[in-house]
Design a protein around this ligand. Structure first.
Ligand SMILES: Cc1cc2nc3c(=O)[nH]c(=O)nc-3n(C[C@H](O)[C@H](O)[C@H](O)COP(=O)(O)OP(=O)(O)OC[C@H]3O[C@@H](n4cnc5c(N)ncnc54)[C@H](O)[C@@H]3O)c2cc1C
Length: 584
């Protein structure tokens, strides 16, 4: 429960609010939210701070898979090239079913649906380092420019302190009428201090102090199995038909045993434990004994990280308090089995959804009514995603850990003629679509409005990827979206379709403070350059049939949110009432 502050602590609190956003936890979720604040600093000087109880950034691999949607977000943040350079694409694996039965499969790529159509193996600590570096870069850039701006306008000024503090634990908080008083403890000196913040976001992991402070339920279940994870090098017989370079391997013969490759040639081993070992410290001998049961010779070398873990499937019933001052995101809001590599990616998307909404409220772009709606939409949109995720990962987990007769039936089905010809190919197409997270939609959200007849997507969907050209350069919708701004798109095949553009630009004026990029997507050979206002960039559709398949429309107005989901679609004339709804 929330702590009550002592008089001394209260006296320590500053008279003005210290922060706009206090982020508890510098895991991937907290660092993504901080990035969302940091990249807006050059225009809006949001005062944010991340605190983490740990002494410094984590060095453990933990999550390995960076899904397609996360790569798209990294593109939006300008970080994707580094991630692609440091990670590697893995889409092949083989499964051994015992009795000499083996099959190899390749996960289908989402070609044409995303500029980054395959999952990337890129361990969690590298994701964290990438995000951390980006925050620091933004912070110091802004600090330099901010000093100049602050002198010029005599305003808020820049943050001079580093935005991430380790050794600092959130030990409690108290909600006030218009702010939150958070109590932070230095984990070295054990001294506490009070920080007054407009918003508090708990990105503080599975044992979240923020979730406890809000008394949020975390219903679900604990799985009975225990698992061991080992990061190490492997010595294997060469050539090895089972474990090929750059491919994953799973054995269904005895207990679950999976091997994933890392880019540097080392591996992650995950195995379910025998019941008599549960609760005991894992040992290399235990893992080697499981390796010895595999159909090929495998010797563990150079162990780097050995740990055991059990799994839960749990979710909060609300992602914030009823006043929308305190939020939870990432593992603080949902935990589940690692099947499908969704945990870290979902936390990143939680923050990506919340970040722009908080920014609009803090910047004053959203008035009181709009603020309440925007902030409550975080719960509406992400709670549904989290709930579905728990169901899917639970089903997936039941399949991979099935034992006894269920396991035997499944194995004979998978390795049957029908399985190899029908089930496996279906699986290889369906799984990448699900795990990619690009089909996540917020169609039922209050802030997804309007429709265009014949459009192949709806308000609340991620704006589809489609190739474009401009001045002979090959581009895509993602080049227009890149950055923290709103994007207003006019799909047009004639001058007539652009008639209402000036009125639409005027009605979208209240969003200018958040950044607004306007563009015409000219279809059917239309050259919109002479008819579009100067402030609107004109792009031509590169591949008309692909555009028809992906967009389905030849005219219409689309307002894309800063997280690249379609907020509004319809006629330019109707845009004004949507913008009012987002800002009043
Ligand atoms: C062994 C292991 C293997 C995994 N494998 C996978 C995988 O293959 N694929 C996958 O998708 N996911 C995997 N996960 C899950 C994935 O790591 C999590 O989903 C992800 O870390 C969630 O990120 P987060 O930022 O929400 O929370 P965390 O990463 O847990 O970060 C929370 C941060 O908050 C800090 N903190 C906690 N309490 C406080 C406090 N009171 N005050 C201040 N700071 C606090 C912590 O120090 C920590 O830095 C694995 C996890 C583990 C442990």
């Amino acid at each position: 429960a929330s702590v009550t502050l002592s008089d001394k602590e209260r006296a320590m609190a500053a008279t003005d609010l210290d922060l706009d956003v206090l982020i508890a936890g510098a895991g991937p979720t907290g660092l993504m939210l901080a990035n969302e604040m940091a990249r807006r600093s050059s225009t809006s000087a949001i005062r944010y701070q991340v605190v983490d109880a740990a002494p410094g950034p984590s060095t453990h691999t933990k999550a390995m898979a960076v899904q397609v949607r996360t790569l798209e977000v990294y593109d939006d943040l300008g970080l994707v090239d580094k991630a692609l350079e440091e990670g590697f694409k893995m889409n092949k694996f083989s499964v051994y079913g015992g009795e000499g039965k083996q099959l190899s499969a390749e996960l289908g790529a989402l070609n044409g649906l995303s500029p980054y159509p395959t999952m990337l193996v890129y361990p969690q600590f590298q994701n964290e380092a990438l995000l951390l570096e980006s925050i620091r870069q933004n912070h110091w850039d802004t600090a330099k420019g901010g000093r100049r701006r602050a002198r010029g306008r005599g305003g808020k000024g820049s943050q001079q302190d580093a935005p991430i503090t380790y050794h600092t634990k959130l030990v409690g908080f108290e909600k006030k009428a218009d702010h939150v008083e958070a109590r932070l403890q230095d984990t070295e000196t054990m001294q506490t201090r009070v920080v007054r913040t407009k918003f508090l976001v708990g990105c503080d992991g599975a044992h979240s102090a923020v979730r406890h402070g809000l008394n949020l339920g975390f219903g679900g279940k604990k799985y009975p199995q225990e698992f061991v994870l080992l990061d190490c090098e492997l010595e294997k017989e060469e050539p090895c038909d089972f474990l090929k370079p750059g491919e994953a391997f799973a054995s269904m013969e005895h207990a679950m045993f999976v091997i994933f490759p890392y880019k540097d040639g080392s591996y992650r081993l995950i195995m379910s434990r025998a019941a008599d070992k549960e609760g005991a410290e894992p040992t290399l001998d235990e893992v080697q004994a499981s390796c010895d049961l595999l159909p090929f010779k495998l010797q563990i070398k150079a162990p780097r990280w050995l740990t055991q873990f059990s799994l839960h499937a749990r979710s909060v019933d609300q992602y914030s308090d009823s006043d929308h001052r305190v939020f939870v995101a990432g593992d603080a809001a949902h935990i589940h089995s690692p099947v499908g590599g969704q945990g870290m990616n979902t936390g990143l998307q939680d923050s990506y959804n919340l970040g722009w909404k908080l920014a609009m409220v803090i910047n004053g772009t959203a008035g009181p009514k709009a603020s309440a709606m925007l902030l409550s939409s975080y719960n509406d949109e992400r709670h549904r995603v989290g709930k579905k995720l728990l169901e899917r990962t639970d089903n997936g987990f039941s399949v991979v850990t099935a034992r006894g007769w269920t396991f035997r039936i499944m194995r004979s089905l998978i390795f049957s003629f029908l399985g190899k010809r029908l089930l496996i190919p279906m699986f290889m197409t369906a799984v990448p679509k699900w795990v990619s997270q690009i089909f996540i939609t917020y169609r039922r959200s209050k802030i997804s409005v309007g429709h265009l007849p014949r459009a192949t997507f709806k308000a609340g969907d991620r704006l589809p990827f489609v190739k474009l050209t401009k001045g002979g350069e090959e581009l895509s919708t993602f080049d227009i979206l890149r950055g923290p701004h709103f994007t207003l798109l006019f799909v047009a095949r004639s001058e007539e379709d652009l008639q209402d553009v000036p009125a639409a630009l005027e009605s979208s004026e209240p969003l200018q403070g958040e950044g607004l990029t306007c563009a015409v997507l000219a279809v059917d050979g239309f050259d919109g350059s002479s008819s579009a206002p100067d402030t609107v960039q004109v792009y031509s559709v590169a591949d008309a049939p692909a555009f028809a398949k992906t967009f389905g429309i030849l005219s219409g107005t689309i307002l894309v949110r800063p997280d690249n989901y379609v907020g509004f679609m319809g006629n330019a004339k109707d845009l004004g009432s949507y913008v009012k709804m987002l800002t009043n």
